[in-house]
Design a protein around this ligand. Sequence first.
Ligand code: SAM
Ligand code: SF4
Length: 474
Amino acid sequence: MCALDLSKLSDGAVDFIDEDRLEKLLAAPEPTPQEVRDIIAKALSKEPLSVDETAALLNCSDPEIIEEIFDAARTLKKNVYGNRIVLFAPLYIGNDCVNDCMYCAFRRSNIEAVRRTLTPEEITAEVTALEDSGHKRLILVFGEHPKYDAEFMAETVKQVYAVTSGHGEIRRVNINAAPLDHDGYKIMHAAGIGTYQVFQETYHHETFAKIHPTGTRKNDYLWRLDSLNRAMEAGCDDVGIGALFGLHDWRFEVLGLVTHAVALHERYGVGPHTISFPRLQPAHGISLDNFPMVSDEDFVKLVAILRLAVPYTGLILTARESAEIRRSVMEFGVSQIDAGSRIELGGYAEDTAAQCANREQFELGDVRSLDHVMRELLQDGFVPSFCTACYRLGRTGEHFMEFAIPGFIKRFCTPNALTTLMEYLVDYASPKTRNAGLALVETELGKMPDSPEKTDLQNRLKQIRTTEKRDLYL
Ligand code: SAM
Ligand code: SF4
């Protein structure tokens, strides 16, 4: 076991969230339509927006101008990312926690929570169940506890990669866990993780201090804000930031996220791989009455504005949201969603009710199966993808490449999405989903001009349909 070195921040660490400045920006007068259109034009020319420009978009209230923001987000998403959506599932490994975050059912003062850490056998059972449903990408989730140190988490990652079931295997393991020190991140990097996510929860200092009680580890704002800098310095250059919307003014949190993305980019030449924007959900023993909840209308706005502000960054929308909301924000630039998710410990392999309040961290809004979500995506014209090629070929900063290298999506992303989709259709889909998927694959092939690349793709798709060959990526 290695103890965390809590005194060691990143090289030259500073608290880069200048609250007064952000608040002043949000109190500025509404921008003129021309100012907004100039900012939209900049976003559409695929340039990231500054914090000031993001604030100007957040200050718009004219419904017609807001409609223009929505249109631009839709266009950017279509032009940049196309119609692919990457699918993943969360796997909760342990919910012991030394913190007392006011919003979370895993908080230590919740004595009714059923505490559990999956055994190696239980992890194998969970991963097998996930593979048998068709998943290839997981995010492992941990409470914050000395027993979930980097070595324990790294062992868990290796164990997950080692589980295979039929054609099933997990090809990318991401992590959502407490901040580590440099040594810890080095251990995680060596275990072959994908993204390491740490959400700041709220960028507002006073709110942060209030909801993470004094004396708990999570009460240290700078240790958390600096955590992904340490990750970068330790070699984990694939990091995810996030804010829990509903703790403080949502517009402030958007500026916090964009400031964080800019700070990472300025220091390390690469921004965050993903941004998450979970909304606070009901959780065991927690009343949401005193929290500044974000309305559905504002939620849609925040996703569209984030899309315009950080075009290189993947946006993750989780099953905390209802199927309806997920449908409505998808077109604004979401690039990853989870599906078929179970967040109670052991929930994939054990036959338990889908929602049991004292066994899970919060309530899920979308508990549909992976097959159901896949079918709906296919019917709506999205190409669900389980692709993990960039990560496995060492092409880091994949969103940047998708965005910046002409033809990258056509050459790599679309073919890889289609071959991973074909694996799903052949190995796991229900007949209805398979038919919808095969029709979509034909439509996508129909959009491609004849070329050696297209013939190669058709051959690979045929191999997957007619042989045992899998994992045929570029
Ligand atoms: N324990 C680690 C931590 O706090 O960073 C990592 C895992 S925590 C289980 C994952 C995330 O769930 C938290 O960062 C928080 O944003 C989110 N979360 C906690 N309670 C929530 C709630 N009631 N509704 C929605 N999301 C919640
Ligand atoms: Fe623990 Fe994370 Fe929940 Fe806070 S959010 S109580 S640190 S699991």
